[in-house]
Design a protein around this ligand. Structure first.
Ligand SMILES: [Zn+2]
Length: 274
């Protein structure tokens, strides 16, 4: 799933590639993920990109009239392709620009959503968009404000980090990385944290997201279309030694999600085995 660092870097690349350019050809491949009140071919033809923004796990393309808001969910990726290159089976949308660049959105799991909004059409139809908390990579809070807001929720740490209404842009991968960095178990309740632990959580969130941005920026190829995960320390590292203490990383479940942690660095809350 693209998370805040992924979309932050992709946004920067897309700004350079798209802004100021006109859409000269609209191609719809797999329409499953498209949400529009009229055919996207007519809605997007000859529109010009004026800005690219991101909020949480959403990418927003502003056009001279209207906009496109994309939530890539689990598997959606953006690609900058040569317009002549063959469209793949799971390419949902291809927008060819006046400079020959082809912006494509591909979604192998068809779980993402591409909302094409007309001029003046609000975002209230986009699930979760209007409720987003501040962006994970641009937290406006001091450490104390963070602690107060977190404690007010009384939630488990991993659920809290992934709550898009609390902080926008953290998914499974960065939640695991932040909690490992902070040496905190995912199922600890936020109210059980000492001031020192709360400070560690805040610092880990800021540091891990910032490092993610640097690593993704360094690793993402010019054509985009992939996710950079090599820098992760516990995510998808089942059985490999914890980089801090050497204990094998454990993979477990939280609801429908996979969760990775170090059973030694991240000791479980009282009364729980893991
Ligand atoms: Zn460890």
């Amino acid at each position: 799933m693209p998370e805040w660092p992924d979309l932050h870097v992709v946004r920067g690349r897309l700004v350079k590639a798209l802004v100021g350019h006109e859409i000269v050809l609209v191609r719809v491949g797999d329409p499953t993920v498209l949400r529009a009140t009229r055919p996207v071919e007519t809605a997007l033809a000859h529109r010009r990109f004026t800005a690219v923004r991101h909020r949480g796990k959403f990418l927003i393309f502003d056009l001279d009239r209207g906009s496109i808001v994309v939530n890539p969910m689990l598997a959606g990726v953006f690609e900058l392709a040569d317009a002549e290159a063959k469209l793949t089976r799971t390419t949902a949308l291809s927008l060819v620009l006046d400079n020959g660049t082809d912006l494509r959105y591909r979604d192998d799991k068809r779980m993402g959503k591409v909302h094409v909004l007309d001029e003046g059409e609000g975002t209230s139809s986009i699930h979760g968009f209007d409720e987003l908390g501040p962006d994970a990579g641009a937290l406006p809070w001091t450490e104390r404000e963070f602690a107060e807001r977190a404690r007010a929720t009384r939630r488990e740490l991993r659920n809290l980090l992934m709550d898009q209404g609390f902080v926008a842009g953290i998914g499974n991968a960065y939640a695991d990385e932040i909690l490992w960095e902070a040496k905190l178990h995912p199922k600890r309740r936020v109210i059980t944290l000492s001031d020192e632990e709360m400070s560690r959580l805040h610092r880990a969130l800021v540091d891990v997201i910032a490092r993610g941005v640097r690593e993704v920026e360094a690793g993402l190829p010019p054509e985009l279309g992939t996710k950079i995960r090599d820098h992760m320390r516990v995510r998808v590292h089942k059985g490999k030694p914890c980089p801090r203490c050497g204990t094998p990383i454990v993979k477990t479940r939280q609801g429908l999600d996979d969760m990775y942690l170090c059973p030694r660095c991240q000791s479980p809350p009282k009364g729980q085995i893991r």
